[in-house]
Design a protein around this ligand. Structure first.
Ligand SMILES: C[S@@+](CC[C@H](N)C(=O)[O-])C[C@H]1O[C@@H](n2cnc3c(N)ncnc32)[C@H](O)[C@@H]1O
Length: 278
């Protein structure tokens, strides 16, 4: 594991990622039994509002059987599989953490979707092979991990065909973050940098995107992360049995940190859509 990957593991969500296999076992889908995409969606969406958010991405990106979509920061591959199944589009799922990428590929194989969803282990800061290749990019809660926005959005622009669309769910600073909030974000969410809205939009337009639209998701996501923490606490005993105490404590720390950050009122949620200039 590289240093980069080790840093990601400071975040509880990214430890013991094969715990999803224990979730599947608990629903009677253990071993290498075939899976449906719907069997996984309660466990494989590492962003907020689950497949509803991916439905919104589909509505904006309008993928079809002839499209090729890049899922930037694809995690366990949940959004990629769901988008491919709903639309028939091919999806390249790019994920920097090797263990997440391997687990994602194994799940896609069990869903018999490997012809539609290709998993790639890599860092978007190094780009993806080929330019002008993708019709759209979807990126759910990945950009928050990346401080170098100029390189990132240039890399996104190079990956897209002219006129290609990008859909991003991410963090934004509504007001200056306190020192304690910045430390929490850096140490427990592996989030080194949170720009305000104007800076965010200017970084995106600076890379050649036009028609940038933003939506404030703060209230929805605050409710989501608060409910997620309460549900996690209610299920604690079952989950300790399933994953072990250390994993549950790591997840608890992560979910609590995020709920506190959204409750603090300085961290916000941003949905941004844009089009690459023709
Ligand atoms: C919060 S997770 C969301 C995963 C997935 N988008 C989902 O919604 O289920 C963010 C993911 O982005 C990945 N990531 C972060 N920086 C990346 C980079 N530079 N290139 C590729 N993936 C990256 C992380 O490893 C992590 O799996």
């Amino acid at each position: 594991m590289t240093d980069m990957n080790s840093n990601f593991k400071s975040m509880g969500l990214y430890r013991n990622v094969d715990r999803i296999m224990a979730d599947l076992e608990a629903m009677g889908k253990g071993g290498d039994q075939p899976l449906a995409v719907a069997d996984l969606t309660s466990f494989d969406q590492y962003h907020y509002e689950g497949t509803d958010a991916v439905d919104d991405a589909i509505e904006f990106l309008r993928p079809d059987g002839g499209s090729h979509i890049l899922d930037l920061g694809s995690g366990l591959g949940g959004p990629a599989r769901y988008l491919a199944e709903q639309s028939g589009a091919k999806v390249t799922a790019l994920e920097i953490q090797a263990d997440l990428n391997e687990t994602a590929a194994a799940l896609t194989e069990r869903c018999r979707m490997s012809e539609l969803v290709a998993h790639l282990n890599g860092d978007m800061l190094n780009g993806v092979a080929g330019t002008n290749r993708f019709d759209g990019i979807v990126s759910m809660l990945c950009v928050l991990h990346i401080a170098d926005r100029a390189t990132l959005f240039t890399s996104c622009a190079q990956a897209l065909k002219p006129g290609g669309r990008i859909f991003i769910d991410d963090y934004v600073a509504l007001a200056p973050l306190t020192e304690a909030e910045r430390t929490s974000l850096a140490d427990k969410v592996y989030c080194p940098y949170v720009p305000n809205l104007d800076t965010y939009v200017s970084d995106v337009t600076g890379a050649g995107f036009v028609d940038v639209k933003t939506e404030d998701k703060t209230a929805d996501w605050k409710a989501f992360v608060t409910d997620r923490l309460a549900a996690f606490h209610a299920a604690r005993l079952t989950l300790v049995d399933r994953y072990g105490e250390a994993t549950v404590d790591g997840l608890d720390d992560f979910y609590s940190t995020v709920a506190n950050l959204f409750t603090g009122g300085h961290l916000g949620g941003l949905r941004l859509t844009a089009t690459l200039a023709e």
